[in-house]
Design a binder for this molecule. Sequence first.
Ligand code: PLP
Length: 346
Amino acid sequence: HLAHAQRRRVAKNIPADAVRIDANENPLGPCSGACASISSLIPEGGRYDYDLTLKLVSTFSDMEGLKPEYVMPYAGSSEPLHYTVLAFTSKDKPYVTGDPGYEAGMYAAKLSGAKILQVPLTKDYAHDVKAMVAADPNAGVLYICNPNNPTGTITSHDDIAYAVANKPKGSVILIDEAYIHFSDATPSLDFVKADKDVIVLRTFSKLYGMAGVRCGLAIGRPDLLAKLQFYGMNSLPIMAVAAATTSLQDKDLIAQRKKINADIRQNTFEWLTANNYKFTPSQSNCFMLDTGRQGKEVLAAMQQKNVYIGRVWPSWPTYVRITVGTHTDMDKFRTAYKEVMASSTA
Ligand code: PLP
């Protein structure tokens, strides 16, 4: 996964003045309290300060009514995503995921030698939980991303409950809630509290705007989390954990940022609808847009106009993923997209 990410970074070489709506980042960055925490800790950078990490764990577990041993912090959610797939899939234990879906778990499944079973989303763009639980009786991990990346669409709590109740014996349901704060989706922490075979992932990279600062959480039964430790344990960056704690303590932050994102997304959707463009009904900070032609060509044509949009999924070749940026970003996106669609070459 890391090699993949590095390749992408090298290949993109994005100009400084480009519109960057390609990576589901938050243009607002860390909140002001988080920035203050980071700055104030720079002189302490010579220390391993485990207390700051424990403070993050206790802050999150108190807020969510979890026992602290059910919460394991990481430098982002990519590591626990990767480790969960490595720990619970193998040559005999397939990896089941939605399609189109976030690909990172598939890279880990390739390493573990697991068969990868991609199950198309339903016509409402939810995970097809019935098909996922039936995909293979020996499945090791069923990955549900809620809201889903790249579509931004929701899988209902009832559907997730169905997957938890009917999953293959011995499998783990991995519920990736990277984008949950942007949406009205019901979180899945109740399954963790009920000691089910469920691991929930959270990250500070999206609503909290800390993709470059790096902090995330795996939440699950301690015996499940213990299996991830085998693949890597590390001290966390003290600025990241402190900024994450400060972000959690800002009581208005989720509502404020959710509204900012929803307003800009709604504005964009109204324009797309008025222009007869088709897109997925996202509740997140990204959506899939049907270009009606080869998405890769549209992506390249948009880059020519200095607007960097997200990638294409092989199963949906005419769609491109768009991240909801600032109002200015989306204005520039609209202008460029209209020009690209009007030209016959892309
Ligand atoms: N999960 C999903 C669904 C994502 O989209 C991403 C990043 O884009 C991640 C996990 C990993 O993010 P991070 O490692 O920054 O938490």
